[in-house]
Design a binder for this molecule. Structure first.
Ligand SMILES: [Zn+2]
Length: 77
């Protein structure tokens, strides 16, 4: 599942943290997660706040340093 729904962008001198609306691959509920773009391409696990299942996020930056895609998948896939 590819998410490209950018909800909010927060920038300051050192951090570029964006809030992205994602859909849980387990229960299908939508919630907001934050991605720190200054960390580059990244993979991290965050528990769904609804069903508490571990969701694996893969964030990929585009050539402008902006979020190109954010993938949310089940941890065991
Ligand atoms: Zn869930």
């Amino acid at each position: 599942m590819i998410i490209n729904e950018l909800a909010e962008v927060i920038m300051d001198a050192t951090n570029v943290v964006i809030t992205v609306c994602v859909r849980c691959p387990y229960c299908g509920e939508q919630f907001d997660t934050t991605v720190d773009l200054s960390a580059g391409d990244q993979r991290y696990i965050e528990d769904c706040y609804v069903c508490c299942q571990p969701i694996e996020f893969s964030a990929a930056l585009d050539h402008n340093g902006e979020l190109g895609s954010l993938e949310a998948r089940r941890d065991n896939e």
